[in-house]
Design a protein around this ligand. Sequence first.
Ligand code: SAH
Ligand code: SF4
Ligand code: F3S
Length: 474
Amino acid sequence: MYNDNPTLEGVEKKIDEAKQGEVFYQTEEDKGGKKFYIESYGCQMNFSDSEIVASILGEAGFSPTRNMEASDLILINTCSIREKAELTVRKRLRIFDKVKKQRPGMLVGVLGCMAERLKKKFLDEEKLVDIVVGPDAYRDLPALVAGAEDGNKGVNVFLSREETYADISPMRLDSNGVSAFISIMRGCDNMCSFCVVPYTRGRERSRNAFTIVAEATNLVERGYKEVTLLGQNVDSFKWENPETKEKVTFAQLLVMVAEVSPELRVRFSTSHPKDITDEVLYAIRDFENICNYIHLPVQSGNSRILKKMNRTYDRPWYEKKVDRIYEIIPDCAISSDIITGFCSETEEEHKDSLSIINYAKYSMSYMFFYSERPGTLAERKYEDDIPLEVKKRRLTEIIELQNDISRIENAKDVGKTFKVLIEGDSKKSDLDFKGRNSQNKMIIFPKKEGLKAGDYTYVKVNESNSATLKGEIV
Ligand code: SAH
Ligand code: SF4
Ligand code: F3S
């Protein structure tokens, strides 16, 4: 999910299974005409946005290519969440520079959060960049490209209060034909003090619920079996029908999408603990096809640090939320994001982050050390005073504990049988399938004649480690 994640092996493998890195294409017809190549970094929202960009460019006569050297336009959809994410982008730009020198007339465009953060400065800092486009300005891409072809470098980083790209049907990139993402909202109004997202993505706004259901319906018609509803804070989704004035909450939206087809699995990400309601939990409990999995980032296990992070909940409140989830959905898996080494975090407070992992029994976590981001509340108000070695050591402790917990929790699945959606061949062997259970755990199992990606099957788990389960079809 976050591809600058500095985590250790077991966890890394798990992340590796998630979509990340470069975006490639399922089908690549050579229609002639101009070609674009796109790479995406950062969260799933960015990957989803790249599919919107591809669709907009497709309408303008461009076709996608996975061959950078043969493209007329290289795009990089960037992330600013941590310093390392931005360094990765800068490194890629050096590589593009070499390709561009071999191909006169080729254009390079920077999209996404780093484009929004740096704006026009990008053109001054990186001479090879021709266009800079923020997350709300993708409709302007064809015009900006046309301008750049005439030698006018272009920037559009206008942040909108309305844009949701609701009417755009994304061109599915790098798709396995089984799972797809659907953006349901954009932006974020939570001012977590460490976070750059509110500055790069603007104000929170929800997409027309009917267009979301229409997109899910279209995916089902095309054979897709799983959708993940995306937003920085999906539980605060709210949309009002302008004609009837009826309001749709996230719990209602979940049900609307689940009712598209009982064969369609519904997932969602990310849930801010403060906003997830009992109605959402009841929807998960009552609909077999809404997956029993909640990504519920805690960030820290210590109440003082949580306050400083402006997360608006404290530790006891978060623990109660976890209790409530397990009470309503006993076999739910919960995962988390954790930041270690935030400003002024003491050794005792770090131990609270360890103990919350133990308490919540996360199936997995994305774990990071704090990286100060320009312009954020924390950068302006607090000192980034935890030495890098200390941050790294605390991160290692957190990763090791999470690996232990994942291993122990996964071992409890041995002997159980799960309904698994087959995603394709396992990475290691084409004699095996890989797929996920409702809890989002990856299961590897020997193939069986007649079954293919996109089919459901029942798998009994025989073996486990901290990252995957292994089993056989029953
Ligand atoms: N909207 C989601 C998270 C989006 S960013 C949420 O609120 O949960 C993904 C994750 O990156 C965050 O959950 C956080 O753990 C991490 N992150 C954000 N800013 C960071 C920073 N400055 N340093 C390190 N990690 C950060
Ligand atoms: Fe960032 Fe907080 Fe918004 Fe998540 S909820 S995107 S961490 S400001
Ligand atoms: Fe990165 Fe922007 Fe997503 S900063 S994590 S790409 S919202």
